[in-house]
Every structure is written in C-alpha cells, then in structure tokens.
Ligand binder design. Sequence first.
Ligand SMILES: Nc1ncnc2c1ncn2[C@@H]1O[C@H](COP(=O)(O)OP(=O)(O)OP(=O)(O)O)[C@@H](O)[C@H]1O
Length: 389
Amino acid sequence: MLEVALRHRFGRQGFAIEAAFTAPGDGVTALFGPSGCGKSTILAAVAGLLRPDEGRVALDGTMLLDTTRRVFVAPERRRCGLVFQEARLFPHLSVETNLRYGLKRAPRGTTGPGFDEVVALLGIAALLPRRTGRLSGGERQRVALGRALLSRPRLLLMDEPLAALDAARRGEVLPFLARLRDVARTPILYVTHALDEVDALADRMVLLESGRVLAEGSVEALTARTDLPLAARRDAGVLVACTVRSAHEGLATLDFDGGVLVTTSRPGPPGTRLRVRLRARDVAVAIEQPRGISTQNIIPVTLVAIDEGSEVGEVFLRLTAGPTSLLARVTRESVVRLQLRHGMAVWALIKAVTFDHRVVGAAITTEAAEERALAVRMMPNVVLKGSDR
Ligand SMILES: Nc1ncnc2c1ncn2[C@@H]1O[C@H](COP(=O)(O)OP(=O)(O)OP(=O)(O)O)[C@@H](O)[C@H]1O
C-alpha cells in the first residue's frame, strides 16, 4: 500500500498543496482533477523528484519520505518506474538498448518479468532493432512502459502517459496499459484529467481540486456522487460493471447486477467483462411502463433521492436497480409535473445508441491476444483481471 501525506507551497505566495490519500498494493489508482490542481506535483513528491515542505510517503511500510524524521530516500533508490507524457527515451539508440537500460536499473536479486516477457506483453518485438527517434508516439509510449517495467519497480508512476497522443494513438496504447495492469501485478499511480482513461483503467480514484483531496474511493462510487465536481460534467453519470450475455445483428445484451442493458456498441463476445458509462443526461424516467416507444432499455427502478444539480432548473434523480445506482438528469419542472417522490417505483429509459463502454481487460487484436497468452504462459504466477480470465 502507498500512503501519502504532503504539505507544500511554491514560494511565499505560490500554489499550495495539502493532500493525503492511500493507494492499495495492486491495481490502478487515478489522481484525477483539472489542470493545475497539483497532480504532477504530488506524483513528483512520491517519485522523490520534489522535496515537499512537510510530508510522509510510505510504500508497503517502507518510509520513502518523512520530514519529521529527516528521511528522504533518493529517487533512484525508491524503485518507482516513471512514465511521462513524452516517452523520454534515448532517440539515437535502438528500442532494444533503451529497454535493456531499464533492465540494468533493476536492483540485483529482484525478481520480475524478464526482457522477452515484457516485449511480448507490450507487442514490441518487431520494433526492437529500430531507433526510438523514428517510432510513432504510440510505439514510443509502449517502449517507455516496457523500460519502466523492466526496472522491476515496486510502484509505477504515470503522469498523463496518453496526453500527448492523438485519439487513434491513445486507442492503440490504452489496451496495452490495461494488459500491463492485469499481468504485471505492480500497483500504478496514474495522473490524468481524462475521464475515459479513468473508466478504462482505474480501480480507485483520488479526486483533487486546488491542491486538496476532495474525495477518494472506488471509481464506481465516486462517479455516482452528485456532490462532487464530476457531476457538473456533461458526461457525468454512473459506471456500471457488466458482462456480455449475447451479441448479434448489431445489438448486444449485457447483464449487470440489477438487470439487463441492450446496446449498439460492440463490446465483444459473450463473457467479456466491461464497464458502461450511463450518462445522467441520457437517462429519462417514466412513472408508468411506456409502450409503443423505440427506447430499448426500460428498466424498473426505485427513486431513492432527488439531488440538486449544478445547473439552475435541473436535478439528479438517484435511482436503484437492485444494488446498482443509476442517475438521471432531468428538469425540476418534470419532478413537479410527475410528482416524483422518494421511494417511488419508476422506469428508467435509456436509448441503446447512447452509451459508451470500456472493456475492463485489454480489448486487443487477435495477434495481441496471442502475445498476451504467451506473456501469461511465461509469467506463470500472474493474476488476470481482464475479460479472458
Ligand atoms: N516549480 C514550480 N514553481 C512554482 N509553481 C509551480 C511549480 N511547479 C508547479 N507549480 C504550480 O503548481 C500548480 C500545480 O501544478 P501541477 O503541474 O502539479 O498541476 P497538474 O494538476 O498536474 O496540472 P496539469 O494537468 O496541467 O499538468 C500549478 O499552478 C503550477 O503552476
């Protein structure tokens, strides 16, 4: 487990951070918040690249920083693997040499994935002889991930690793990040301000604003809260864990804990586990079961709360389908007109064409899936969290 408590101010009048949070010993914890809220500064303090005015950083009980006891472990001795927005590779050297540089930094006597395993995991075998200066941005980031992993870190620190890539390249690298998360068993602290990356990768989220922690918890729990700034976003809504039951003729049926969803997005074959973001603005409610309507998803739910929205004239309806929470963003006028009250049984209406999905495990090509199977064979003591568990 990573424990962080920091207090720092740049100069006398500068930006101030006062933040404390924990991250578990596995999975991805996202440091999420708007530009300038202090995410990179916190990451730098964990890496040892910044000495905060006061603070404590402990990794699995080992103190990396404790200003009260004058403990400051040098960055190179913290065993943190770093991946930044730009890959920071040696441009004149080959991919293989860059990767072996990572391996050289692994402390003696440590165990972890070997060179071939990491190359297979990240699908970079064909790139090995090439100079990194000639690679695409996405390829460079995969090499940077490999180099970080080969240094056998106890913690991977990633500062917006996809932010410098265009949409196509991000889509190319994301599944590899998911594979790394699932196979490498190294906890990851992941800085981002992109909610879709949180949806795709993170188990936990630490929500930051102006140098302070507003909330921390599971991604599902935090995205369903209407009292956090996340609720002001146009894509505010809940994340629902689903499993594909069937998929044919352009429609997929997904099971979730509390019902069934039908979607036109292509989530993969039966059994695939994924997360669906149901945006509050895409959910309507009806007080009677609608008939003669094109909407595919008509889900019986209970209205459990009416929360203030961030916009005048709007509210969030908090609905439950079994143990699963949904949010609907509707006008206050509708609440009055339909006489909506807590405890009412209503129907949530969600068009099949509206929602996005993120495959929880790596959604990768057949070739990459074969490489992944190879990586798994080569790393027998791996834990799989993905769709092909
Ligand atoms: N060395 C420094 N000296 C003075 N101010 C700094 C320094 N480094 C960062 N800051 C300020 O601290 C604040 C937080 O910066 P930080 O880079 O941690 O934010 P961030 O959340 O990572 O933002 P972004 O998403 O834009 O990278 C900003 O206002 C920044 O200008």
